[in-house]
Each structure stands twice: as C-alpha cells, then as structure tokens.
Write a protein that binds this ligand. Sequence first.
Ligand SMILES: N=c1c2ncn([C@@H]3O[C@H](COP(=O)(O)OP(=O)(O)OP(=O)(O)O)[C@@H](O)[C@H]3O)c2ncn1[C@@H]1O[C@H](COP(=O)(O)O)[C@@H](O)[C@H]1O
Length: 132
Amino acid sequence: MSDSVERLYQAVLAARDLDPATSRTARLFRSGSGKMAKKLAEEAIEVVIDAINGDREAVVRESADLIYNLTVLWASAGVRPEDVWQEMNRRETLLGIAEKLPKPGVKVAKPTLRPARRPIAAIEARAARKRH
Ligand SMILES: N=c1c2ncn([C@@H]3O[C@H](COP(=O)(O)OP(=O)(O)OP(=O)(O)O)[C@@H](O)[C@H]3O)c2ncn1[C@@H]1O[C@H](COP(=O)(O)O)[C@@H](O)[C@H]1O
C-alpha cells in the first residue's frame, strides 16, 4: 500500500502547479487548506455511510477518494508519506514492547508450585533393588 500512496503523493505534487482548468488537484491547491480539509472530511463520511449500509464496493471506491484527498492535505501541510510511515513504525515498535509487559492494574498469576520431584537417586535405587 505504501508504494501506491507514495506514487499518488508524487503525482499530487506534480499536479500542484498545473492549469486549474484541467487539474482537480491544482484547483484544490488554489482553493486552500480549508477546502482540502472539507473534501477529506466529506470522503471520510461517505466511507462511513457506505460501511454502515454494507456497500463493500462503495467503501473501496470512497476509500481511494479518501486517500487521494489525504495525500493532497499532506502535501499542503508539508507532510511526506515517509513521515507517517515513521510514526507508524515507532508505534509498532512501542506497542510491540508494550504487548510483552504486564498491563498496569492487571494481576499476574503466580506460577503454581509443583510437588517436589522424587530424587532421581531414589528411583535408581528402586530400579537396582528390582534387578536383584
Ligand atoms: N487519485 C486521484 C483521485 N482520486 C480521486 N480523485 C477525484 O476526486 C473525486 C472525488 O471527489 P468527489 O466525489 O467530490 O467528486 P466530484 O463530485 O466530482 O467533486 P468535485 O471535486 O467536483 O467537487 C473523484 O471523482 C476523482 O475525480 C482523484 N483525482 C486525481 N487523482 C490523481 O491525482 C493526480 C493528479 O490528477 P489531476 O488532479 O487530474 O491533475 C493523478 O495521478 C490522478 O490520478
């Protein structure tokens, strides 16, 4: 996924200064971050509505629009996809460590004590007695 988002991000950067008459992206950049944020929010709401309605195909289509509008807003805010991947990696590492630690307030069960094993020497002595 990150590869196609990278390519889309580069395409958005390349379209930023094109003729607004032919490029939706250039139009969005002319309109400013308020309009970009509004488009992103609209697409997010469309995804939510389609998911609630159980329209899987529409969720896929609207998700692609959502990601496009997200990359436009990133480009406008000076955020690069790799900045987001880095943050995701940081969380993955952090949560990966956190998963291994006991959660605060959760009591860790004490290991149950097993009955002591009979000494091996005693077993060997019994085996020796049987042989005689
Ligand atoms: N990936 C996309 C992309 N995804 C979605 N969209 C557009 O965003 C629209 C979704 O918004 P809406 O549903 O609001 O569509 P609308 O009703 O026509 O909305 P308005 O923008 O007219 O208000 C879709 O219909 C697409 O036209 C995209 N527009 C452009 N790109 C890519 O962006 C790059 C630059 O393209 P241009 O903007 O055409 O220069 C190219 O690589 C394109 O492939």
